[in-house]
Design a protein around this ligand. Sequence first.
Ligand code: 23J
Ligand code: MN
Length: 262
Amino acid sequence: MTPTETLATLATGLLDGTVKIVDCTAPLGPDTPLLKLPPELADDTPKIEIHKISEYGDRGPFWAWNWLKLGEHSGTHYDAPHHWITGKDYPDGSTDTIDPQNFVAPANVIDCSAEAAENPDFLLTADGVKAWEAEHGEIKEGEWVLMRTDWDQYNGSEEAFLNADETGPHTPGPSVDCIEYLMSKKALGWGTQCIGTDAGAAGGFEPPFPAHNLLHLNNRYGLASLTNLDKLPPKGAILITAPLKIVKGTGSPIRALALVAG
Ligand code: 23J
Ligand code: MN
């Protein structure tokens, strides 16, 4: 098939509904859960504010519009290499300089929902990824790897979503060797359904926050607070994840969309 024919086939599938769009995005608003860091570190991303400018009234009779107050790392969002010290010097590492070819890519979805239900501190390891590959096929260069935990079921409550107690947050994520392995496979990046790409306990790992550290060291990307991964096949979905073109941005809320065969 020529590329033109490939796109024509896709166009037909989009129009006749045999290619479906799954929305992998959480609602973005005042109730969106936000990250909490230990007290000695700044985490003053404000709660999202949506301010009405006017709504068809005296202040603008024919239109409605709002202005927003929100942090880059709010809700379903994209982590750019510039977010982490290990990725700070990439000239193509901020939201305005990443090659947009990277914003549409195949997704591998690793189902860890049973393990996460059993143990909120569950870590996916390199061996776990290799076992998944033995069943579903190899992860290839330039593809996303998404950790399905069904954690989106808690997204409506910040307390449940962060799942913190006096010992810190308890949310699933990747082990250090998991991300090392994915970088050796030249994956495009790593996505999760939790507040960030790293596990809740990852501040105490070596290196701390290995998903952030190693993804961005390798000029690769992260996705957080994804939803509806239970509606994606293990392989075969195409993920669209375009950050806003924020000048020198370290990340951005996104509308994460998956194309799936319906
Ligand atoms: C800063 C420090 C630690 C973390 C994060 C940000 C995120 O999760 C994020 O949104 O990138 S863990
Ligand atoms: Mn982030």
